[in-house]
Design a protein around this ligand. Structure first.
Ligand SMILES: N[C@@H](CCC(=O)N[C@@H](CS)C(=O)NCC(=O)O)C(=O)O
Length: 200
């Protein structure tokens, strides 16, 4: 049996996992999950992941692993996508925690409200409130990319995959990246890497 990934191809969190699996050349089976249809809240799904979230990785021995960045960390072990050096490894984690705490909750949520829900009036205030935090996260990335060519150093790691996922579709959440030239150049470097696949 190979890896099985429960996910939605439009979700950046799920796309991260697919992108890394493709780069690593690992076999996997994609199990489509429709969050708007409530697939993550069924008794069957909640047994696999009580948090009711995707992506969810099923290991060949039947163990389930959730949280997109934990999945990246697990899959990348022993590959160039996760440095061995203690401090470099911690720096990769630093950016992946940044992604989950300061980036994804703004950019991914604004995108969800616009792209998935069609920007309904009752979520407009929340949508607008996400813009400030999203731009702040983009500014932090722009500053880092003045110092290094990738987000956690000068080689591409799972921190880049984690942050690429929602940054490259940030316009779908109303974000204008034109004021972030180094972020745009970084996005291009990632997309040009052999083995890259697009979202969706
Ligand atoms: N921190 C989690 C976030 C996962 C998450 O929010 N997944 C969304 C799709 S992107 C989901 O499953 N939503 C369904 C729900 O909340 O019912 C991760 O990085 O995997």
């Amino acid at each position: 049996m190979t890896y099985r990934v429960y996910g939605d191809l439009q979700s950046g969190n799920c796309y991260k996992v697919k992108l890394l699996l493709e780069h690593l050349g690992l076999d996997y089976e994609w199990m489509p999950v429709d969050i708007l249809a409530g697939d993550t809240q069924t008794a069957e799904f909640l047994q696999m992941n009580p948090a009711g979230k995707i992506p969810l990785l099923e290991l060949p021995d039947g163990t389930y692993l959730s949280e997109s960045n934990a999945i990246l960390y697990y899959l990348a072990e022993g590959s160039p996508w996760l440095p061995e050096d203690r401090l470099q490894r911690a720096t990769v984690l630093q950016w992946m925690f940044f992604e989950q705490y300061s980036h994804e909750p703004c950019i991914a949520v604004a995108r969800f409200i616009e792209k998935y829900l069609g920007l309904p009036d009752e979520r407009r205030e929340e949508y607008v409130s996400k813009q400030q935090g999203g731009y702040k996260a983009l500014q932090v990335m722009e500053q880092q990319l003045e110092k290094t060519s990738f987000i956690s150093g000068n080689t591409m790691t799972i921190a880049d995959i984690a942050l690429y996922a929602y940054t490259h579709v940030a316009h779908e959440g109303g974000f204008d990246l034109s004021g972030y030239p180094l972020v745009c150049a970084w996005l291009n470097r990632i997309a040009e890497r052999p083995g890259h696949i697009t979202i969706g």
